[in-house]
Design a protein around this ligand. Structure first.
Ligand SMILES: [Zn+2]
Length: 249
C-alpha cells in the first residue's frame, strides 16, 4: 500500500468538537486538496436529555457524517460511551488501528488540559497513536508501508481557557479562518441535536454564536475577524516544521 500524502486526521472526543475547535482549518486544508478525516472517540450518547443512549448516538453519528461530508471529508467513530473515554489497552488498539487505516500526515486533537476528562483521555489516545501507529508490532493490523509519525497539533481547550487556572492558553500558531467562517457555521449546524441539548443543559441558545465568539477572540491575535489557534507538539521524534503555518498562514 503506497502512502497518500496530505491527509489530516482530526481526532476529538465528541461529535461537534472538531467543527467547533478547528472546522475552519479543516475547510482550508480541504480547499488545498487535502484528504480530511474527522474521528471521535465517543459516540455522543449522553448528548440528550430526552432520547435513550442508542437513539441519540445514532442521530449523532449521522450528524458527524453529514458535517464531514459537507467539506468532502470522512467521519469515523471509536464508539466509546460518552463520559467513559479511557486511555486503556483496548481503546489504544482502536486508536492505533484508526490511524493505520487513515495514515495521517497531520493530526489535530485536544490539548493535555481541557474542561472535561473525555477530552484529556482523547488527547492521550491521539498522542499515543500518532507515535505508535508506524511501529510494526504496535497492533496486529499491518501498518501502511513507509508510514511516519505525523505532525501533531493541539486545538484550543474549550473557550481557550486552561481549566485549572482559567487563563487563556498561548498558541504557537494562529490561522486566519475569516473566509471559512460561514462554511464552518454550516458544518456546526449539521449537529442539530446539540442546539436543543445545550439549551437544556447549559441554559444557552447560542451554539453557533459561541463558536463565532471564540473564533473572533482568536482573530484578535492576528488582527483578522476570525481565527483558530493551535499548539504544536514538539517532542522527540515528532516533525518540527510548522506545516499549518507554512500552508495556511
Ligand atoms: Zn467534547
Amino acid at each position: 500500500m503506497s502512502i497518500p500524502k496530505n491527509i489530516v486526521l482530526c481526532f476529538m472526543a465528541h461529535p461537534d468538537d472538531a467543527e467547533i475547535l478547528c472546522g475552519g482549518v479543516l475547510i482550508r486544508l480541504a480547499e488545498l486538496g487535502w484528504q480530511v478525516h474527522i474521528a471521535t472517540a465517543a459516540n455522543g450518547d449522553c448528548g440528550s436529555e430526552t432520547l435513550p443512549r442508542k437513539e441519540i448516538a445514532a442521530i449523532r453519528h449521522e450528524e458527524g457524517m453529514a458535517a464531514a461530508k459537507s467539506i468532502g471529508g470522512t467521519y469515523h467513530s471509536l464508539a466509546q460511551p460518552d463520559l467513559n473515554v479511557v486511555f486503556d489497552q483496548p481503546t489504544i488498539r482502536l486508536a492505533i488501528d484508526l490511524f493505520r487505516a487513515v495514515c495521517p500526515t497531520v493530526v489535530i486533537t485536544h490539548p493535555r488540559e481541557d474542561y472535561m476528562l473525555d477530552h484529556e483521555q482523547t488527547h492521550l489516545l491521539a498522542r499515543k497513536a500518532a507515535f505508535s501507529f508506524p511501529i510494526p508490532n504496535a497492533s496486529p493490523m499491518p501498518p501502511p508501508s513507509g508510514a511516519t509519525i505525523p505532525h501533531l497539533y493541539y486545538a484550543d481547550p474549550i473557550e481557550g481557557r486552561n481549566p485549572y487556572t482559567g487563563e487563556m492558553v498561548m498558541p504557537t500558531v494562529t490561522i486566519d479562518v475569516s473566509g471559512a467562517i460561514e462554511k464552518k457555521a454550516e458544518m456546526l449546524a449539521c449537529h442539530a441535536s446539540q442546539r436543543d441539548w445545550l439549551r437544556a443543559h447549559h441554559g444557552m441558545d447560542e451554539y453557533i454564536e459561541a463558536m463565532k465568539r471564540h473564533s473572533a477572540e482568536r482573530g484578535r491575535l492576528i488582527n483578522t475577524p476570525y481565527a483558530e489557534s493551535f499548539r504544536q507538539h514538539l517532542g522527540h521524534a515528532f516533525p518540527q516544521t510548522d506545516v499549518l503555518a507554512e500552508l495556511l498562514a
